[in-house]
Structures are given as C-alpha cells and as structure tokens.
Design a protein around this ligand. Structure first.
Ligand code: AMP
Ligand code: MN
Ligand code: MN
Ligand code: MN
Length: 287
C-alpha cells in the first residue's frame, strides 16, 4: 500500500449550515479527536460554512480541503456530486449553488401540505425549528420534526414511511444538471466526486451512463469508502474506479452523533492500488 493511501482522510460530512446537527467548529474538534488527518466539510448545496471550517481546522493543526455536496438530477433520480478543493470565493460556484438552493423553500411548503393531507399538521413550522440555515431546509429537518412529534421513532423510519418516492410528504424536485454541477466545481478549481454510488437505484446501464457522462464533463473521482457503502460495495466501487480511471475518495457522511452510524474518521483505508483524490488536490490543501 502506498503511504498516500494510508491517510485518515474524511472528505464528506454535514454541519448546521445544511442538515447536520454540529457546528463547523464542533465537527473540526470531533474530527481531530477521532484522528482525522485531512478533513472537508461538504454541506448540501451550500458553502457558507467553509471559512469557519477552514479556520477551525487550521487552529487545530488539521489539514483542510474546501467542500460541498451538490444535488443533481440524473435519469430521473437525485445524485449527489461532492466538490473538493475549489476556491470558495469563485463566482461560478457561489452563484450556481445559490440558484440551486432557491427551490427548497417552495418544495418544503409542498411537503408540509402533503403531510397535512395525511393528518400531520404544522410540519413546515416544525421542520423550521431544526433548520440552522434558512436557505437550506431539507428532508432531514422534516424527519427530525416527525421524530420529535412522535410520528416515528427514528429518522430512518421516517424515510421508510414518509418523504421518499410514493410516500406522503414526497415532492419530486428538479435539481442541477450533472453538466452544470461539474462546471461550477471545475471552474472554481475543484475536483468533482460521485458521492456514495451504492445508494442510487440505477439499472447497470443507467449507472454506466452516469459514470460515462461524469467523466465526459470533467469528473475525476468516486467515493469508494463511505459510511453509506457496505463492504461488498467498497469492493464493487473500487472496481468501478479502476474501470473508469477515476481517483478514489473516502468520507463518513457524518450528520449527527445521535443519527449517524459512521463517525468522523471511522472508516477502512482506501484500497492500496487506487489513486487517492487528495493526490490530485495536493496544492489545494490548507494547512
Ligand atoms: P434533501 O436534500 O432535502 O432531499 O435531503 C436529503 C437528505 O436526507 C440526505 O442528505 C440525507 O441526509 C437524508 N436522507 C435521505 N434518505 C435517507 C434515509 N433513508 N435515511 C436517513 N436519512 C436520509
Ligand atoms: Mn444530508
Ligand atoms: Mn448524499
Ligand atoms: Mn452527504
């Protein structure tokens, strides 16, 4: 195994700036305490936490890469694209993310109306109590409200019974295109990464199309080791990385001490023969 691969990098997690429950500063401390050596905060469709995260990491002597997780619609499904190592002041990415956040407010009101129609009242106001950033109301905030109000025991149960396709509270939404998301990230000097490919319900043909188009638009990496993958998926997506000539990333997707089963930094190392995404980003690491 190359020494570069034996790095406790955690390049995927969420703060109160999107749907996590910890502040960027608390996440930096938790990452450091858990032995993380290279960290990125990747809030959904939002980079307002980047300065705080970078400053907190620097104060702790923790190497840092800028990050975000962009919501994309591809072949009728939502796909997440992580961006790493971009310039957080670049207009292409700040404006692109701003435009894609816009639809969330209206979607949230429609979600609440749908929940009200099955007897769950006040969900919009209820979800808002859990929102740390008014620009970023997400299904996770509704899930926390449904747990708090006793409708479900835990957030996983909420997503099984509500808020997903075919269930009450689900509102279809068109996110950014794959091409736009990649152009925002690459124009800002970053590297684009397909997040948790094992989570999508694509046919093999659709998945092949996703990886092919991702590469054609300048995508360079895929999450192989993520808190969202099983051990079998570690193996499967390591093989996909080899097949498509993509670098590999590693991230917990940590959201909350109470909800997440994979803590910051608590993951196996990358397979030794894959190129770590941080090798492509050596110049962009903040120390
Ligand atoms: P949104 O961007 O508003 O559609 O919310 C997506 C977020 O909901 C994801 O980033 C996860 O944090 C959360 N989520 C989606 N599906 C599940 C699930 N099955 N269990 C727990 N959380 C989920
Ligand atoms: Mn999330
Ligand atoms: Mn995701
Ligand atoms: Mn995530």
């Amino acid at each position: 195994m190359q020494p570069q691969n034996i790095l406790n990098a955690d390049l995927h997690c969420h703060s109160v700036v999107s749907d996590g429950t910890l502040t960027p500063e608390a996440l930096a401390e938790r990452a450091k305490k858990n032995g993380v050596e290279l960290w990125a905060l990747t809030d959904h469709d939002e980079i307002a936490g980047q300065q705080r995260a970078a400053a907190a990491a620097q104060a702790l002597g923790l190497a840092y890469l800028t990050g975000t997780e962009v919501s994309v619609t591809f072949a009728g499904e939502t796909v997440h694209i992580v961006g790493l190592g971009f310039d957080a002041n670049n207009a292409a990415i700040t404006q692109g993310l701003h435009s894609t956040r816009n639809g969330r407010e209206q979607r949230a009101r429609e979600m609440a109306a749908s929940l009200a129609s099955v007897g769950i009242a006040g969900a919009y106001e209820g979800a808002l109590k859990f929102v740390g950033n008014p620009d970023l109301i997400s299904r996770t905030h509704f899930a926390r409200f449904l747990v708090e109000s006793g409708v479900c025991r835990e957030t996983n149960e909420v997503f099984r019974k509500y808020l997903t396709e075919g269930k009450p509270g689900y509102v279809p939404h068109r996110w950014a295109s794959l091409r736009d998301a990649l152009s925002w990230i690459t124009q800002a000097g970053g590297v684009a990464v397909i997040a948790h490919p094992g989570r999508y319900s694509f046919t093999p043909n659709e998945e092949y199309a996703l990886f092919t188009e991702f590469k054609a638009h300048g995508g360079q990496a895929v999450e192989v080791i993520t808190g969202s993958h099983t051990k079998a998926e570690f193996v499967k997506y390591a093989e996909t990385a080899r097949e498509f000539g993509l670098a590999a990333s590693r991230g917990s997707d940590f959201h909350s001490p109470d909800e997440s089963h994979t803590d910051l930094g608590a993951l196996p190392f990358l397979p030794g023969d894959l190129q770590p995404v941080w090798e492509l980003l050596a110049e962009r690491i903040l120390r």
